[in-house]
Design a protein around this ligand. Structure first.
Ligand code: SAM
Length: 192
């Protein structure tokens, strides 16, 4: 990742509370498909402020969160302690951090698009493991404002996993956890 991106995330997390984080809702796509996730070893790539990770940890999964932000990780540690939840954390740049092969029963990747990770996600899931992912997708009304490659192309996410069992795929304008809407692609797919 570039220094600019690293500073962007450090700045964005500069005003986090010094105590535990307030509750953050899990993604709608996770709520919809959590029933198919084996509640065992889950990794949340670019875990952020942990809405999804805590949601699954509270439901018995053993969750590892990876994020480049040390500030976010510290806030997550305080929050886990406060809520009595176990959340393992690694502070690492996913541009270079190698995911271990054949390790996870589920991979979550929400609003962090790193195409380098696609083959690693494939390898790091165990057979029968599930990937839940959501990322911004091309939106003709916004495309010019974005950095190249920041958004998925149409059906790109589907094509990246089309040899797996696609349990669901949706592309279009979707609501986030709040009232706002955005063009996203969402996939729920199982490794054979
Ligand atoms: C938009 S937030 C998404 C957080 C979370 N997945 C969610 O949906 O709420 C993106 C996250 O990616 C992290 N991130 C950005 N670049 C990264 C990199 N190269 N390696 C690891 N984490 C990164 C940021 O620190 C930030 O927490």
């Amino acid at each position: 990742m570039t220094r600019f991106e690293q500073e962007k995330w450090q700045a964005r997390y500069a005003s986090l509370p010094s105590g535990p984080l307030p509750p953050k809702p899990a993604a709608r796509w996770l709520h919809r498909w959590e029933g198919v996730i084996p509640r065992r070893r889950v990794v949340d790539l670019a875990v952020g402020l942990g809405g999804n990770a805590f949601h699954l940890a509270a439901r018995g999964a053993s969750v590892l969160g990876i994020d480049v932000s040390e500030r976010a990780a510290r806030a997550l540690r305080r929050t886990a302690l406060d809520r009595g939840l176990k959340l393992e954390l690694i502070v690492a740049d996913l541009d270079v951090f190698p995911l271990p092969p054949n390790r996870f029963d589920a991979v979550l990747c929400f609003f962090y698009l790193n195409r380098r990770l696609f083959p690693q996600i494939r390898d790091s899931l165990k057979p029968g493991g599930v990937l839940l992912m959501e990322a911004f997708v091309t939106d003709p009304q916004r495309a010019e404002k974005d950095q190249p490659g920041y958004r998925l192309a149409e059906r790109e996410l589907l094509a990246a996993f089309d040899d797996w069992e696609i349990l669901d795929y949706a592309e279009g304008i979707h609501r986030g956890t709040g009232p706002s809407q955005a063009a996203t692609a969402r996939i729920c797919t199982r490794k054979p």
